[in-house]
Design a protein around this ligand. Sequence first.
Ligand code: AMP
Length: 358
Amino acid sequence: MLLIVNAGSSSLKLKMFDGADEVAQASLSEIGTDGHRIALEQGLAKAGVPLSRLSGAAHRVVHGGADLTATCRVTPEVIARITACVPLAPLHNPANLVGIQAFAALAPDLPQFACFDTAFHATNPDVATTYALPQAARDLGLRRYGFHGTSYAALVRVLSARDQLPKRLLACHLGNGASLCAIVNGRSVATTMGYSPLDGLTMGTRTGGIDGNAVLRLAELHGVQRAGEILNRESGLLGLGGSNDLRALHLAGTPEAAFALQHFTYWAVRHAGSMVAAMGGLDAVVFTGGIGENDSGIRKEILSGLAFLGVSSDAARNDRNESVLHDPTSRVAIWIVPAEEERQIALEAQALLAGEGV
Ligand code: AMP
C-alpha cells in the first residue's frame, strides 16, 4: 500500500492506494509546522493503516523548478533541489519538505517519491515559458512554469486509456485554483499559470492575470508582503463578489456576485482562445475540478463563448453533469473527467517502485 501525502503549512491530506484503488484516507487541519510528524501518525491511525502495511510514500510537491521535471525517488539531492525551489513557491514547498521529513522520521527505511505540479509543463517550448526580461532577471528563474500538472497528466492518462485522446485538447482545471492547459498529442504546449499560480484565470481568491505595474503600485502602497496577500488571498471571486465559493455566488443574487461570475467565465473564454491559438485549433474540451465537474452554469457560459470554434453542447447533458457533453452537431468533443491527482501520483510512484525493484 502506498501513502500519498499532500502537506500544506497547517494541513495534511493522506490517501492510501493499493494499485490504482484508493483504500483509505484521512485529513488533518490546524497543525503547526512542527506537528506534522504527530499529525502523520494520527492520520494513519485515523485511517486504520499501520505503518507496517506501507511500501512507501509519495508526496505532492508544488514546485520542481526547471530541473525536477518528472516524478522521482526522494534522495538527498532531490531534497536539496526542492529546497532550492523554496523562493519560487515560498508558501508550498517548505510544507512539502516538512511532510517528507515527517515521513522519514517515522519510517526511515521506506522509499519516498516526489511528484511535481510543474512537471507536466516541462514540454512547453521556450517561447511559451520565457518572460521578455533582461538576461540577468531571467537567470533568477523568472519564467513561466505552470501548475496543476498532476491533474492534467491524469486527464491524459484517463483519455488515453479510453482511446479518446485527441490531437488538440483544451483542458480546463476549474477549482478554487483554476487554470487551462493546451495539450497536443498528450503533451502540454501552453498553460495559463506562470511563474506562480497567480496568473491566468480569475480564481477563488487570486486575481488571475494582472499588469506587473499594477502589482508594483500595490507593493509601493502596502509593502511587498501585504501586496502578496491582497493578490493571492483577497482577490478573484472573493474580491469581486464577496465569496470564493461558486455555490454561494450563484445564491447571493447581488450585482457584485453576478459580476464576479461573469468575470470568471469571460476570462476563461479569453484565455481559452489563447490556448487554442497555441495549438492551432481545437478537437476536444475537457473539464475537471470542483467547478469544472459540478457547475453546469459556468460550463454553459464558457462553452457558449467557444461556439465560434464549432463547440456545441447538449444543454440537458450539461445540466446533469454527464461525462459526455457535446451534441451531434459539435465539431469538438466535450467531456467531464473527475480530477484524479492522488491516483496519478500513486500510479507514477508505483511505476518507479516496480522499476527499481524496491
Ligand atoms: P476544488 O479546488 O477543485 O476542490 O474546487 C473547489 C470549488 O469548487 C469550490 O470553491 C466551489 O466554488 C466549487 N464547487 C464545488 N462543488 C460545487 C458544486 N456542486 N456546484 C458549484 N460549484 C462547486
